[in-house]
Design a protein around this ligand. Structure first.
Ligand code: AMP
Length: 335
């Protein structure tokens, strides 16, 4: 299939890397695809899309995927993660493909380090490169899936099946906020077009991604009844462990309703602040979203990181909440 104008132009600076990445995939009989901890649509969709693409185009290769499960996406949208034994990783004769994660500490399974070769496909800033020469990372891409599919479209003689396209489309839609965020570009839509060309059923996909339960409606009602707004338009809500129990949610689902505040006049940024009682890393996890301004600097300052309009951070307990909100609020003094 001929490449669209956007895909041709986008891939140009990466052609050498794409070639080396494709050669690495062909070279190895054993491949494991890794994603980030606390996976989202993009992490899981890009991971499973890559796994499916390898299965479709190289049926004789052994391909696996690892990482923690998601409380509601698995097994509803994506298969349960695989448990690979220590034995399997011995010998190190495998290729690791790491998707949607920049920093090694956020890769969901540290055994990517055992790989003979590593490929990285991402759209996050990172502190140290794990796959020199075999990395494609575009900070402006709406999703890691946008970068991954561009690469795959350049792999001559291969196909993107309907099943692989479904995974990638979930990833693309998830991280671009259904093409609402400013990271959506003509190239993002060209990738969406290529995935639609594979014959996916988008209404079925949206139903599976966004179907709500009656309990989740009650949770929205709780959030709408308990949020605060700072002087310069930062909306936020907190979910303590006790409230999570009352709402029947786990810390992973605390951010589920954050985008209720996404299109409200006078609200410039919005956050969910969720107690994570995990004794190994007790903290309150913050998901930050912003209408226009880049909030990633504030996220970096508060033990996190991410993108201009969507980042994650942490505070150690609620005594830090006012200082965190004041930092974010200060971004919008001129608004
Ligand atoms: P979340 O609010 O968890 O959906 O995260 C929004 C974005 O910020 C995602 O792209 C995450 O990968 C990224 N992110 C969240 N937490 C962190 C962190 N601690 N360090 C770096 N990036 C993060």
């Amino acid at each position: 299939m001929a490449l669209s104008k956007q895909v041709q132009a986008y891939g140009k600076p990466y052609l050498k890397t794409y070639k080396a990445m494709f050669a690495a995939i062909k070279e190895f009989d054993k491949i494991v695809v890794f994603r980030h901890i606390k996976p989202d649509f993009d992490a899981m969709g890009t991971q499973m899309g890559m796994v499916q693409w390898i299965k479709d185009n190289f049926p004789n290769k052994e391909v696996h995927f690892v990482g923690d499960n998601h409380v509601s996406f698995t097994p509803r949208l994506f298969p349960e993660t695989e448990e690979l034994s220590e034995e399997w990783f011995k010998g190190n004769n495998f290729l690791a493909i790491v998707v949607d994660v920049g920093d090694t500490s956020r890769i969901a399974d540290p055994r990517f380090e055992n790989a003979k070769k590593i490929i990285k496909i991402d759209h996050h800033p990172c502190k140290a490169e794990i796959a020199p020469g075999l990395t494609v990372c575009d900070l402006d891409a709406a999703a890691a899936a946008e970068v991954a599919v561009d690469f795959l479209l350049h792999c001559k003689g291969t196909v993107i099946s309907k099943e692989a396209a479904r995974h990638f489309y979930i990833a693309l839609v998830g991280d671009s906020g259904r093409f609402l965020y400013s990271s959506t570009s003509p190239h993002t839509l060209a990738i969406a077009q290529a995935l639609l060309d594979a014959g996916i059923d988008i209404s079925q996909i949206y139903l599976a991604m966004y179907e709500k339960t009656i309990q989740s409606l009650k949770n929205q009602a709780y959030v709408l009844g308990h949020f605060s707004v700072s002087p310069h338009g930062v909306a936020y809500y907190t979910l303590s462990k006790e409230v999570q129990e009352e709402l029947h949610i786990t810390p992973e689902l605390g951010k589920e309703n954050v985008n209720l505040f996404s299109n409200i006049a006078g609200i410039n940024a919005w956050c969910s602040i969720t107690e994570d009682p995990n004794p190994k890393d007790y903290c309150w996890r913050i998901s930050i979203r912003s209408k226009k301004k880049d909030i990633s600097g504030i996220a970096n300052k508060w033990e996190g990181g991410g993108h201009a309009q969507a980042s994650g951070a942490k505070i150690k307990d609620l005594t830090e909440l006012d200082a965190f909100i004041a930092d974010l609020d200060a971004l919008f003094v001129e608004e």
